[in-house]
Design a protein around this ligand. Structure first.
Ligand code: GAR
Length: 216
């Protein structure tokens, strides 16, 4: 069974969606460990409630960023982790972890990449005035939110949206596409070639989101 290592910095609702998908049998995987950089992360509570081992690793406890990620790679390897999941992990992953898990680190980002990378993707979308935004699951490379895209969900952005209301709309789709992307990996259906990820045996979406809707 695919062994996951989940990295989270906060609330951990995506972590919960993964736990729930495993519990229902939708996702055939196990969470070997939760690693957090934040001792107050609510994600820890979720790990506790679900009998998942967890550990706090703070960058400040290591001489450099590289050494932090080296130590993390060692922990993950020691626990048999095969795929690393960034579920609201608010840091840029550095080369030692990337080298340990090449194209085996997945991130969820709350925007349609390459639009609005970095922090506050939802706020950036509201401020820019786009009519459609969404979320993206991608493999992690050395850039900030630049790795090969696996799956995206698009949602409308309304005139009266705030960062909060758009975040909530996007989040419900995050919880759907992240477990699905991990499932595709677990089933061996993701083929990466350069920037492009081919999904084996996948149907095609044929509906567009048009916002505002075209009348008449
Ligand atoms: C999610 O919206 C996720 O897309 C975002 O943080 C939130 C974490 O929520 N991640 C990033 O912005 C990464 N740059 P959660 O802790 O409830 O899963």
């Amino acid at each position: 069974m695919l062994q996951l290592g989940v990295l989270a910095s906060g609330r951990g609702s995506n972590f919960q969606a993964i736990i729930d998908s495993i519990r229902t049998g939708y996702l055939k995987a196990a969470v070997a460990v939760l690693v957090t950089d934040n001792p107050d992360a609510y994600a820890i509570q979720r790990a506790r409630e679900n009998g998942i081992p967890w550990l706090v690793m703070r960058p400040g406890d290591h001489p450099s960023g590289d050494e932090y990620y080296e130590a993390m790679a060692e922990e993950l390897k020691a626990r048999g982790v095969e795929l690393v999941i960034l579920a609201g992990f608010m840091r840029v992953v550095k080369p030692p972890l990337l080298r340990a898990y090449p194209m085996r680190i997945m991130n969820i980002h709350p925007a349609l990449l390459p639009s609005f990378p970095g922090l506050h993707g939802q706020r950036q979308a509201v401020e820019y005035g786009v009519k459609v935004s969404g979320c993206t699951v991608h493999f992690v490379d050395e850039g900030v939110d630049t790795g090969p895209v696996i799956i995206q969900a698009a949602v409308p952005v309304y005139h009266d949206d705030t960062e909060e209301s758009l975040s909530a709309r996007i989040l419900s789709y995050e919880h759907r596409i992240f477990p699905y992307a991990i499932r595709l990996y677990a089933e061996g259906r993701l083929e990466v070639s350069g920037r492009r990820v081919r999904i084996l045996g996948q149907g095609r979406a044929d509906e567009a989101i048009i916002n505002p809707p075209v009348e008449g």
